[in-house]
Each structure stands twice: as C-alpha cells, then as structure tokens.
Design a binder for this molecule. Structure first.
Ligand SMILES: NC(=O)c1ccc[n+]([C@@H]2O[C@H](COP(=O)([O-])OP(=O)(O)OC[C@H]3O[C@@H](n4cnc5c(N)ncnc54)[C@H](O)[C@@H]3O)[C@@H](O)[C@H]2O)c1
Length: 261
C-alpha cells in the first residue's frame, strides 16, 4: 500500500531529469500516485521531458505542451486533463523564468519593466491561473493539494537572484491568498522553499557556480540539498499526513535558511 495510492494530478515543470519537478514526480509515483505532465512547446522540449518522465510514468505518460504565459494554453491543458482523468488530487507548479541578463549581482536596479513583469507573470501569476482551473477538478474529488517551488531569495537578498527574488515573494504570497480562499473546498496550497540544485533554471542565475559547494559546507546538515529531499516533502504535502497544513512555506534546504551568517 502506497501513501498516495489512487491519487492523480498534474506536474508542471519537468524539463529534464535534473528538474525539481522530476524528483517530485518520481517520489509521488513511487508512493502510488499517477502523474500527468506538461512540457514547453517545441519538439526538443517534448523529447527532453519525455525522456525524463518515461522511466517514472511509462511510455504512455500523459503529456501536453504548455507555455504558461498563455491563458488559452492553460485552459486547453486543464480541459484535456479533465477528459483523460476522473479526478485531480494534486497540482505541482515548478516553473520559473526571468531574462538571465538581469540575474547578475549589481543588475537589479536596472531591471526593465518588461523583464520584471515577465518574471512575476511566469513565476508567480501562473500559480493563481492554474489553481483557478484546478479548483473545480479538485472540488469534484473532495479537495486537493497544490504545491509550488520557492527559494530563500524571496525572503532575503541573495546576490544575483534579483527579480527572481521579487517573483518568489509574490509566489509565496499568492500561495497564502489561494490557501485562504480554496480552504473551504479542502484544497491546500503550500510552497516548498528548496535549497540550491543545479538545473537549467538555476544555472541562469549569476554567481551560482559555487552555491552547491558553499551550501554543503555551511548547512546545518553539512550537505547540499538533493532532489529527493524535495520529493519526500512533496509526498508529505500531497498525502493526508499534511491534511491540516496549508498556506505554509516549508524550507527543504538542509537548514541553511536558519543561519544568520
Ligand atoms: N534549482 C534550484 O536551485 C531551485 C531552488 C529553489 C527553487 N527552485 C524553483 O524550482 C522550480 C523548478 O526549477 P528547476 O530548478 O527544477 O529548473 P528547471 O529548469 O528544470 O525547471 C524550470 C521549468 O520552468 C519551465 N518554464 C519556464 N518558462 C515556462 C513557461 N513560459 N511556461 C511553462 N513552463 C515554463 C521550464 O520548461 C522548466 O520545466 C522553479 O520555480 C525554481 O525557481 C529551484
């Protein structure tokens, strides 16, 4: 018996086998859940996501293209999901984007309006946009769990994280407001603030080259965060073990956020 037997949901954000979303999907699947996926449009993106999810969910894993900047594409994905699955128990939002030109130490003050708004749109607003579409599907199944991925740079200044820090603050706050409104339908919304992991997204942030190593030396647990650490917390948040937990940001960073210096 798996903790998540019978649960089904959508995982947005598997780019490849290094993505946080990949580790989340793997852990949820190992606990008994069924995951459906999206990938960025384009044949190359589809191929990479398929290569990552096939060992987890099989050759016939449910996958659809999604550029989350388009409301129409979000509608299409949720409509198609509803035609293929009888329930939605979880939604994993594990996407972020900011123009890398503005992700360098000393560049924040010059961030142009479109780069700022674009980062907040893709990295934060889309949580609200997807939650709106997930709501009726989760309501039908008696509730659900929505997760998103944040980072400490939304709380404190991390050089180079810049506009992405603004987006993460917006994301966590969006999760709290959603939690307050969706709670009456037993839909919980939580953020996982993950430690540094080398991925496509994190390598766009200037100065992250040594971050994993530094974190491993400084963190209370004396090691770098691994994808499995976040995967395990996702299982907890999707499962009934966390049925009283909503609107929270849970740090999964080997303790690095508790340090003052
Ligand atoms: N890697 C880290 O150190 C770290 C730490 C804490 C939080 N996070 C967060 O984890 C989440 C996943 O990032 P990751 O590190 O696994 O990197 P990743 O590059 O593997 O994943 C980022 C995902 O965002 C998707 N994406 C970007 N723009 C999109 C759009 N317009 N529409 C749809 N999808 C889009 C990409 O396709 C990709 O799947 C992000 O929210 C990131 O900020 C990462």
């Amino acid at each position: 018996m798996g903790l998540l037997d019978g649960k089904k949901g959508l995982v947005v954000g598997v780019a490849n086998e290094r993505s946080y979303a990949y580790y989340i999907a793997k852990a949820l699947t190992e606990a008994g859940a069924t995951c459906a996926y999206t990938h960025l449009p384009g044949e190359k993106n589809e191929r990479r996501t398929k290569r990552a999810v096939t060992p987890v969910s099989g050759d016939d894993a449910w996958m659809r293209p999604l550029d989350a900047s388009s409301d129409d594409e979000i509608d299409t994905v949720f409509d198609e999901y509803a035609k293929s699955f009888d329930r939605m128990d979880f939604l994993v939002h594990s996407i972020a984007f900011a123009d890398r030109e503005w992700l360098a130490a000393g560049k924040f003050t010059d961030t142009p309006r479109d780069a700022y708004l674009g980062a907040v749109d893709i990295s934060a607003y889309t949580l609200a946009a997807m939650s709106k579409r997930a709501r009726p599907l989760m309501d039908k199944s008696g509730g659900g769990s929505i997760l998103c991925m944040s980072y400490y740079g939304g709380d404190k200044v991390v050089p180079g994280y810049n506009v992405m820090g603004v987006a993460k603050a917006a994301l966590e706050c969006t999760a709290r407001y959603l939690a307050s409104e969706l709670g009456e339908q037993n839909i919980r919304v939580n953020s996982i603030s993950g430690g540094y992991l080398r991925t496509l997204a994190s390598s766009a942030v200037g100065g992250t080259d040594t971050m994993g190593e530094t974190a491993a030396q400084k963190a209370p647990l004396r090691r770098a965060t691994e994808g499995e650490d976040v995967g395990g917390t996702a299982v907890y948040l999707v499962s009934d073990l966390s049925k009283g937990v909503t609107g929270e940001t849970i740090f999964v960073d080997c303790g690095i956020n508790i340090l003052g210096a």
